[in-house]
Design a protein. Sequence first.
Length: 203
Amino acid sequence: MRQRSALALLALCIAEEAATAVFGVHLSVAMIQRGDWDAASLSRLQGGLALLGGTAGALLIGHWSDRIGHYRVLYWLLATCAAAYVAAAVMLMLPQAAWLNGIALALSSVVPALAFVALAPAVMRSSQGVGAATRFAVFMASLNLGGILGSAAAGLVGQALSSWQIALAGACIFSACAVAASHPQRLFNAGDDNEPQRKSHHK
């Protein structure tokens, strides 16, 4: 775990989860306080988005990862997260409307959830050999830590920055994560393994 690649992967896990949590918590509160949303409607929206990202979306991303490789899918999804946060920032700069806030929340929650689907098998692959279970547990704990730190900081960040500024900062973080993921050997210590392994057939 003291290897440079392991530390870099820990930093990526914490950063992307923190960015997701900061914006998600801030926007949810803002939607109730200033965005004409009530708690019940917001709860239904968040539940539907979780169902979309955690079931149907997860199955599709898992299948795609098996076809072209976990590392490649992870890069594209992190880059898509950056684009989604830029789009959310643009929406939040427009005159406020309930449906715009709903789309911004969808973009900033579903796409990062799909990125996790590609991240988990890539982390599993890098957690082989002696202490594999411990390594995997540390990486998963770092994701939880990122979410905790982001949620804890959301109120303070919301006092200093507007919603669109927080979204734009999140886009910058996801862009940095995508750049890091474009060189998987630096994160996963596994070489450039972007292509799925093909089975060899013997006569």
